[in-house]
Design a protein around this ligand. Structure first.
Ligand SMILES: Cc1cc2nc3c(=O)[nH]c(=O)nc-3n(C[C@H](O)[C@H](O)[C@H](O)COP(=O)(O)O)c2cc1C
Length: 199
């Protein structure tokens, strides 16, 4: 019997594109990856405004089996994801608001999401940020560069169109597939590279 897969900390924050976070949670569930889930207050607002999801139960209904999901409160900065001594595969914040991104860039750790990301960076584990903002200010770009230099991966919610998507779900899967690939999780989401296609 192989070792149990390491958990991923998955956070949903208050950037538009809650559907990306929901799809990612479902994909991690489907892959049998343990998930430590944290949702910011504004993340909940976006789940409600964009998807009519108002409770954990409704989120569970949209994301399958939660046997391997543990939910933590964003105001609990002492929870497991806040500790570097607890092993993990890394963390993904999807979608990631510019507010959360800025706080991580500054190391302020004023919430569990920010603290968990700070810990992932200091432990040299994978930190994937999926921002959604347009246009970017110089401050946004500087924060993204600072985080990239600190070891984070900025993976914008920028789906490609070379696979000629017909449905929103195909655009969502394009981005979520990239996140899963970066976490080293096998998947069948999104187009697979063929000669002549762009990144
Ligand atoms: C409806 C709504 C949509 C928003 N969309 C975005 C967005 O697309 N990108 C972004 O960076 N911030 C967006 N914001 C702003 C963030 O939610 C705000 O900065 C918040 O303080 C972030 O907090 P959090 O990162 O703890 O969730 C939006 C806010 C609301 C209420």
């Amino acid at each position: 019997m192989g070792d149990a897969p390491l958990p991923v900390t998955a956070a949903i924050t208050g950037a538009s594109g809650a559907l990306y976070g929901v799809r990612l949670l479902r994909a991690l569930n489907d892959a049998g990856v343990p998930v430590r889930l944290v949702i910011s207050g504004t993340g909940w607002r976006l789940l409600r405004e964009e998807l009519d999801i108002t409770s954990e139960a409704e989120l569970r209904d949209r994301t399958g089996d939660w046997q391997l999901v543990t939910v933590y409160r964003d105001d609990d900065r002492g929870a497991t994801p806040a500790s570097g001594s607890s092993p993990s595969r890394g963390m993904v914040i999807c979608p990631c608001s510019m507010g959360t991104l800025a706080s991580i860039a500054q190391g302020t750790t004023r919430s569990l999401v920010e603290r968990a990301a700070d810990v992932v960076l200091k432990e040299r584990r994978r930190l994937i940020l999926v921002p959604r903002e347009t246009p970017y200010s110089a401050i946004h770009l500087e924060n993204m560069l600072r985080l990239t230099r600190a070891g984070a991966l900025v993976l914008p919610a920028s789906p490609g169109f070379y696979h000629r998507p017909q449905r929103i779900e195909e655009l969502i899967d394009f981005v979520v597939g990239r996140v899963l690939s970066q976490l080293g999780i096998q998947h069948s989401l999104g187009p697979h590279w063929q000669s002549g296609e762009a990144d």
